[in-house]
Design a protein around this ligand. Sequence first.
Ligand code: MG
Length: 247
Amino acid sequence: MINLKSSAEIGMMRKSGLVLRDLLLYLEEKIRPGVSTKKLDEFAYDYIKRHGGTPSFLGYGGFPASICTSVDEAVVHGIPGHKRLEEGMIVGIDAGVILNGWQSDAARTFPVGEVSEEKRRLMDVTRESFFEGVKHFKEGGRLGDISEAIQEYNESRGYGVVRDLVGHGIGRKMHEDPAVPNFGVAGHGVKLQRGLVLAIEPMVNMGTWKVITLDDEWTCVTADGKPSAHYENTVALTENGAEILTL
Ligand code: MG
Protein backbone atom coordinates (compact mmCIF):
# COMPACT_ATOMS: atom_id res chain seq x y z
CA MET A 1 0.00 0.00 0.00
CA ILE A 2 1.33 3.40 -0.96
CA ASN A 3 1.07 6.15 1.67
CA LEU A 4 0.78 9.51 -0.05
CA LYS A 5 1.94 12.38 2.15
CA SER A 6 0.24 15.70 2.77
CA SER A 7 2.22 18.89 2.32
CA ALA A 8 2.43 19.18 6.12
CA GLU A 9 3.90 15.67 6.30
CA ILE A 10 6.36 16.46 3.53
CA GLY A 11 7.30 19.51 5.60
CA MET A 12 8.20 17.17 8.46
CA MET A 13 10.21 14.97 6.12
CA ARG A 14 12.02 18.05 4.81
CA LYS A 15 13.30 18.75 8.33
CA SER A 16 14.51 15.19 8.69
CA GLY A 17 16.14 15.43 5.27
CA LEU A 18 18.03 18.59 6.15
CA VAL A 19 19.68 16.91 9.14
CA LEU A 20 20.71 14.06 6.87
CA ARG A 21 21.96 16.35 4.11
CA ASP A 22 24.14 18.21 6.58
CA LEU A 23 25.35 14.96 8.15
CA LEU A 24 26.65 13.80 4.77
CA LEU A 25 28.40 17.13 4.20
CA TYR A 26 29.93 16.83 7.67
CA LEU A 27 31.13 13.27 7.01
CA GLU A 28 32.60 14.27 3.65
CA GLU A 29 34.99 16.57 5.51
CA LYS A 30 36.09 13.69 7.73
CA ILE A 31 36.93 11.31 4.89
CA ARG A 32 40.65 11.06 4.29
CA PRO A 33 43.34 8.37 4.18
CA GLY A 34 43.84 6.88 7.66
CA VAL A 35 40.36 7.37 9.09
CA SER A 36 38.52 4.17 9.99
CA THR A 37 34.96 3.58 8.90
CA LYS A 38 34.13 2.94 12.57
CA LYS A 39 35.29 6.46 13.37
CA LEU A 40 33.01 7.81 10.65
CA ASP A 41 30.15 5.86 12.21
CA GLU A 42 30.87 7.43 15.61
CA PHE A 43 30.89 10.89 14.04
CA ALA A 44 27.55 10.10 12.41
CA TYR A 45 25.90 8.81 15.58
CA ASP A 46 27.01 11.87 17.56
CA TYR A 47 25.94 14.26 14.82
CA ILE A 48 22.46 12.79 14.45
CA LYS A 49 21.90 12.74 18.22
CA ARG A 50 23.18 16.29 18.59
CA HIS A 51 20.57 17.42 16.05
CA GLY A 52 17.67 15.74 17.81
CA GLY A 53 17.40 12.76 15.48
CA THR A 54 17.70 9.00 15.69
CA PRO A 55 19.93 6.99 13.35
CA SER A 56 17.40 4.75 11.59
CA PHE A 57 19.94 2.15 10.49
CA LEU A 58 21.16 1.37 14.01
CA GLY A 59 19.55 -1.93 15.00
CA TYR A 60 17.48 -2.12 11.79
CA GLY A 61 17.22 -5.85 11.11
CA GLY A 62 20.09 -6.17 13.56
CA PHE A 63 22.43 -3.80 11.67
CA PRO A 64 25.16 -2.82 14.15
CA ALA A 65 25.90 0.79 13.10
CA SER A 66 24.39 4.18 12.27
CA ILE A 67 25.72 4.30 8.71
CA CYS A 68 26.68 1.83 6.02
CA THR A 69 30.24 2.24 4.72
CA SER A 70 30.83 0.41 1.44
CA VAL A 71 34.38 0.52 0.12
CA ASP A 72 35.40 -0.10 -3.52
CA GLU A 73 33.79 -3.41 -4.60
CA ALA A 74 31.23 -3.17 -1.77
CA VAL A 75 27.96 -2.01 -3.31
CA VAL A 76 25.91 -1.26 -0.18
CA HIS A 77 25.39 -2.38 3.44
CA GLY A 78 29.06 -2.38 4.40
CA ILE A 79 29.55 -2.51 8.19
CA PRO A 80 31.84 0.15 9.70
CA GLY A 81 34.99 -1.35 11.21
CA HIS A 82 38.54 -0.69 12.29
CA LYS A 83 40.02 -0.96 8.82
CA ARG A 84 41.36 2.40 7.72
CA LEU A 85 40.54 4.10 4.46
CA GLU A 86 43.43 4.38 2.01
CA GLU A 87 44.28 6.83 -0.73
CA GLY A 88 42.57 5.82 -3.98
CA MET A 89 39.61 4.03 -2.41
CA ILE A 90 36.02 5.10 -2.93
CA VAL A 91 33.57 4.82 -0.04
CA GLY A 92 29.79 4.82 -0.19
CA ILE A 93 28.19 6.35 2.88
CA ASP A 94 24.51 5.54 3.33
CA ALA A 95 22.59 6.96 6.29
CA GLY A 96 19.08 7.40 7.56
CA VAL A 97 17.62 9.85 10.06
CA ILE A 98 14.35 9.77 12.00
CA LEU A 99 13.26 13.21 13.20
CA ASN A 100 9.92 13.61 14.99
CA GLY A 101 8.83 10.27 13.59
CA TRP A 102 9.71 11.02 9.97
CA GLN A 103 12.40 9.24 8.02
CA SER A 104 14.95 10.35 5.46
CA ASP A 105 17.45 8.19 3.60
CA ALA A 106 20.40 9.26 1.44
CA ALA A 107 23.79 8.06 0.24
CA ARG A 108 26.87 9.49 -1.42
CA THR A 109 30.02 7.87 -2.75
CA PHE A 110 33.16 9.81 -1.85
CA PRO A 111 36.75 9.57 -3.05
CA VAL A 112 39.48 8.96 -0.47
CA GLY A 113 42.23 11.38 -1.51
CA GLU A 114 43.07 11.08 -5.19
CA VAL A 115 41.27 8.32 -7.05
CA SER A 116 41.66 6.88 -10.54
CA GLU A 117 39.94 8.49 -13.49
CA GLU A 118 37.81 5.38 -13.98
CA LYS A 119 36.55 5.46 -10.37
CA ARG A 120 35.87 9.19 -10.69
CA ARG A 121 33.81 8.57 -13.79
CA LEU A 122 31.87 5.76 -12.12
CA MET A 123 30.91 8.07 -9.24
CA ASP A 124 30.00 10.91 -11.60
CA VAL A 125 27.82 8.76 -13.86
CA THR A 126 26.06 7.16 -10.88
CA ARG A 127 25.19 10.58 -9.46
CA GLU A 128 24.14 11.92 -12.86
CA SER A 129 21.87 8.91 -13.40
CA PHE A 130 19.97 9.79 -10.22
CA PHE A 131 19.17 13.21 -11.67
CA GLU A 132 18.16 11.62 -14.98
CA GLY A 133 15.68 9.54 -13.00
CA VAL A 134 14.36 12.54 -11.06
CA LYS A 135 13.58 14.33 -14.34
CA HIS A 136 10.88 11.71 -14.82
CA PHE A 137 9.42 11.97 -11.31
CA LYS A 138 6.39 14.00 -12.27
CA GLU A 139 2.63 13.78 -12.04
CA GLY A 140 1.05 11.71 -14.77
CA GLY A 141 4.15 9.60 -15.30
CA ARG A 142 4.80 6.03 -14.25
CA LEU A 143 7.44 4.63 -11.96
CA GLY A 144 9.00 2.77 -14.89
CA ASP A 145 9.85 6.14 -16.48
CA ILE A 146 12.29 6.79 -13.62
CA SER A 147 13.65 3.24 -13.66
CA GLU A 148 14.28 3.13 -17.39
CA ALA A 149 15.99 6.54 -17.40
CA ILE A 150 18.45 5.43 -14.70
CA GLN A 151 19.11 2.09 -16.37
CA GLU A 152 19.65 3.59 -19.80
CA TYR A 153 21.97 6.31 -18.55
CA ASN A 154 24.26 3.81 -16.85
CA GLU A 155 24.14 0.90 -19.28
CA SER A 156 24.78 3.11 -22.30
CA ARG A 157 28.04 4.05 -20.57
CA GLY A 158 29.03 0.44 -20.10
CA TYR A 159 28.11 0.00 -16.44
CA GLY A 160 26.10 -2.70 -14.68
CA VAL A 161 22.93 -1.70 -12.83
CA VAL A 162 22.32 -3.75 -9.68
CA ARG A 163 19.09 -5.78 -9.84
CA ASP A 164 18.98 -7.43 -6.44
CA LEU A 165 18.55 -4.18 -4.48
CA VAL A 166 16.20 -1.31 -5.25
CA GLY A 167 14.97 2.04 -3.97
CA HIS A 168 11.75 2.38 -2.02
CA GLY A 169 8.96 4.54 -0.75
CA ILE A 170 9.70 6.28 2.55
CA GLY A 171 7.74 8.09 5.23
CA ARG A 172 7.09 7.07 8.81
CA LYS A 173 8.87 3.86 7.87
CA MET A 174 12.20 3.67 6.12
CA HIS A 175 10.99 1.11 3.61
CA GLU A 176 7.49 1.66 2.25
CA ASP A 177 5.83 0.79 -1.03
CA PRO A 178 6.52 1.06 -3.87
CA ALA A 179 9.82 -0.65 -4.69
CA VAL A 180 11.85 1.64 -6.97
CA PRO A 181 14.05 -0.45 -9.27
CA ASN A 182 16.92 1.17 -11.17
CA PHE A 183 15.88 -0.83 -14.23
CA GLY A 184 12.54 -1.10 -15.95
CA VAL A 185 10.31 -0.02 -18.76
CA ALA A 186 8.90 3.47 -19.25
CA GLY A 187 5.12 3.67 -19.18
CA HIS A 188 4.84 0.79 -16.72
CA GLY A 189 4.48 0.61 -12.96
CA VAL A 190 2.56 2.69 -10.45
CA LYS A 191 1.27 6.12 -11.37
CA LEU A 192 3.34 9.01 -10.08
CA GLN A 193 1.09 11.18 -7.94
CA ARG A 194 1.48 14.22 -5.75
CA GLY A 195 2.40 13.17 -2.21
CA LEU A 196 4.53 10.24 -3.28
CA VAL A 197 7.90 10.23 -1.51
CA LEU A 198 10.64 7.95 -2.81
CA ALA A 199 14.20 7.04 -1.94
CA ILE A 200 15.74 6.88 -5.41
CA GLU A 201 19.12 5.18 -5.26
CA PRO A 202 21.09 3.97 -8.25
CA MET A 203 23.66 1.29 -7.36
CA VAL A 204 26.05 1.07 -10.28
CA ASN A 205 28.89 -1.37 -10.94
CA MET A 206 31.92 -0.85 -13.16
CA GLY A 207 31.52 -4.40 -14.44
CA THR A 208 28.78 -6.99 -14.05
CA TRP A 209 25.49 -6.07 -12.38
CA LYS A 210 25.71 -9.28 -10.37
CA VAL A 211 26.33 -9.04 -6.64
CA ILE A 212 26.94 -11.41 -3.73
CA THR A 213 26.57 -11.02 0.03
CA LEU A 214 29.59 -11.63 2.25
CA ASP A 215 29.64 -13.99 5.25
CA ASP A 216 28.91 -11.06 7.59
CA GLU A 217 25.40 -11.35 6.06
CA TRP A 218 25.30 -7.64 5.29
CA THR A 219 28.02 -6.45 2.96
CA CYS A 220 26.91 -6.66 -0.65
CA VAL A 221 29.83 -6.80 -3.10
CA THR A 222 30.19 -7.03 -6.86
CA ALA A 223 30.50 -10.60 -8.15
CA ASP A 224 33.54 -9.66 -10.27
CA GLY A 225 35.29 -7.59 -7.59
CA LYS A 226 35.17 -4.39 -9.64
CA PRO A 227 34.21 -1.10 -7.93
CA SER A 228 30.65 0.05 -7.35
CA ALA A 229 29.06 3.42 -6.56
CA HIS A 230 25.83 4.42 -4.84
CA TYR A 231 23.97 7.72 -4.83
CA GLU A 232 20.63 8.28 -3.12
CA ASN A 233 18.23 10.99 -2.06
CA THR A 234 14.75 11.15 -0.56
CA VAL A 235 12.53 12.89 -3.13
CA ALA A 236 8.95 14.14 -2.72
CA LEU A 237 6.48 14.86 -5.51
CA THR A 238 4.86 18.16 -4.53
CA GLU A 239 2.61 20.68 -6.26
CA ASN A 240 5.83 22.30 -7.49
CA GLY A 241 7.22 19.06 -8.93
CA ALA A 242 9.95 16.79 -7.58
CA GLU A 243 11.66 18.19 -4.50
CA ILE A 244 14.87 16.56 -3.27
CA LEU A 245 14.65 16.60 0.53
CA THR A 246 18.22 15.48 1.28
CA LEU A 247 20.22 17.77 -0.97
MG1 MG B 1 17.44 3.52 0.72
